[in-house]
Design a protein around this ligand. Structure first.
Ligand code: G3P
Length: 218
């Protein structure tokens, strides 16, 4: 399973990159706003900065909702850096834009997926990735992981090349379930990834090893 970092925060991206465990980054307009990045030039520069830190795909989301606006933005974003993947919402004009960009060799990530039908249409349009949101389904009383499991199964049946990014991950429990489901990618906040390291027996075991060593060695 690949790990993407779901943030536009440069310090966190550097930290995760230095740990050597991230395969890419996903952003969205809310994450960019959280970092205070505003104005087209600053936004585009920020995407380039992220690409220069990490080695893998970096998703940059369009703001337009009409077909012409989406493809113009998509082409501009894709021209910024070879690692940029154009993130497009799963609406009718978005599906059309995904097909247009795919036919021109531009990789897309279809976002805001909440049911299997949306993911199927995005895959048929040629999306490189689909991003189903786990946490937001949990928020409304559904079980987001069930959607991930269904998509892994459906994409396997039809042999789609499109990769599934489990998004809207809220904690280690989601990551563990994603591993079990065999999802291609989990895009996560840094604390959810580092949370995987935490176990009281690891802490207790390490403390005992070190204290036994100190008893003999001072
Ligand atoms: O990248 C999109 C997604 O991961 C958003 O997550 O926590 O805002 O639902 P969240």
């Amino acid at each position: 399973m690949k790990f993407f970092l779901d943030t536009a925060n440069i310090d966190q991206i550097k930290k995760a990159h230095e740990m050597g465990i991230i395969d890419g980054v996903t952003t969205n307009p809310s994450l960019m706003a959280r970092e205070g990045i505003k104005g087209e030039k600053n936004i585009l520069d920020h995407y380039v900065k992220i690409c220069e830190i990490v080695d893998g795909d970096v998703s940059a989301e369009v703001i337009s909702t009409d077909f012409n606006g989406m493809i113009a933005e998509g082409e501009k974003l894709a021209s910024l850096h070879e690692q940029i993947v154009v993130k497009i919402p799963v609406i009718e004009s978005g599906i059309k834009a995904i097909r247009y960009l795919a036919d021109r060799g531009i990789k897309t990530n279809c976002t805001l997926i909440f049911n299997p039908g949306q993911a199927l249409l995005a895959a048929k349009a040629g999306a490189g990735y689909v991003s189903p949101f786990i946490g937001r389904l949990d928020d409304i009383g559904e079980t987001g992981m069930e959607l991930i499991e269904k998509l892994v199964h459906i994409f396997d049946i039809y042999g789609f090349d499109t990769e599934i990014i489990a998004a809207s991950i809220r904690g280690t429990h989601h990551i563990t379930r994603c591993m079990e489901a065999g999802v291609d990618v989990a895009t996560c906040p840094l604390e959810a990834i580092t949370g995987l390291l935490k176990h009281p027996l690891t802490d207790a075991g390490l403390e005992k090893f070190l204290s036994d060593h100190r008893k003999l060695n001072g």
